[in-house]
Design a protein around this ligand. Structure first.
Ligand code: GDP
Ligand code: MG
Length: 259
């Protein structure tokens, strides 16, 4: 089974991309399944009907009431509860025998990426025999618009996701239908050429550290630059075929993860 974990900051378009990929695979009669791992999502904003749904085991709204928690505490608690059901999620996935599994992760990236419960679910899914996994790291162009330093921080977040999961990462710029093409091209240019960010940013509030980073990015541009980035719109479907072709290429090259 080929698995794609969709990871990205809140609102970057994970659920919508899951839906767009599901539509694409459906049209091509490919045997796929979707897994919603977000216990907090409320239905109208899910955009698709998941094959397997975390909310069958835990719902954040109920955890808020039951334990009198605020939204953040309830999201963390519900993901911890979900992790206790990781084996059931694994069993449900195994029984499907789908060729492709698209995994939509919780709204808040840090819950899945950085807390032990998210990692436990990730690890358990990867125990399924014959699994080849990759990560789609979503880059919301609206986060990049707030400044070139923001683009740099997004690049580093993508690297951080690589180190957390140690799987191939495909970087995907979302919502391309919402940006004029010159703005999108500019964002893609800096994502592909991070050294150019330092050429543009002449004034650094913390100059000595910024200059050290400049030297490091220049030296290791190959690591920081996102050369094979793909821009998609989950609204219009633009770029989805290119993305799926890239996913197939990465799956075919990868032999699965050590668990
Ligand atoms: N126009 C447009 N809106 C998008 C696209 N992707 C996501 N959105 C919108 O962005 C918001 C957040 O998307 P969602 O998939 O729920 O983000 P998530 O928190 O990462 O799962 C929603 O209002 C979506 O409708 C896109 O490609 N085009
Ligand atoms: Mg979502």
């Amino acid at each position: 089974m080929d698995v794609a974990f969709i990871i990205g900051p809140a609102g970057s378009g994970k659920s919508m991309l899951t839906s767009a990929l599901a539509y694409y695979l459906d049209q091509r009669r490919i045997f796929y399944a979707t897994l919603n791992l977000d216990p907090a999502v409320e239905d109208p904003s899910l955009h698709y009907n998941p094959t397997i749904d975390a909310r069958d085991w835990v719902k954040t709204s109920e955890i808020m009431k039951k334990f009198k928690l605020g939204p953040n505490g309830a999201i963390i608690a519900s993901c911890d509860i979900l992790a206790a059901h990781a084996d059931k999620i694994k069993k449900a996935i195994s029984e499907l025998r789908a060729d492709i599994l698209i995994v939509d992760t919780p709204g808040q990236l840090e819950v899945f990426a950085f807390r032990p419960s998210g990692y436990e679910i990730f690890r358990t899914i990867n125990e399924i025999e014959g699994t080849r996994s990759l990560i789609l790291f979503l880059i919301d162009p609206f986060l990049c618009k707030s400044g070139l330093n923001a683009i740099l921080s997004v690049l580093l977040l993508s690297s951080s996701i690589f180190w957390r999961f140690q799987l191939p990462v495909i970087d995907v710029v979302t919502k391309r239908d919402l940006l004029p093409s010159e703005e999108l091209d500019k964002i893609l240019y800096f994502l592909e050429n991070p050294s150019a960010i330092f050429d543009e940013l002449k004034e650094f509030p913390v100059r000595d550290i910024a200059l050290e980073w400049e030297a490091m990015v220049a030296e290791f541009e190959e690591i920081f630059a996102r050369k094979e980035i793909i821009a998609v719109s989950s609204e219009t479907g633009e770029g989805i075929a290119d993305l799926f072709a890239k996913m197939q290429e990465v799956w075919s090259k990868s032999g699965g993860v050590e668990t």
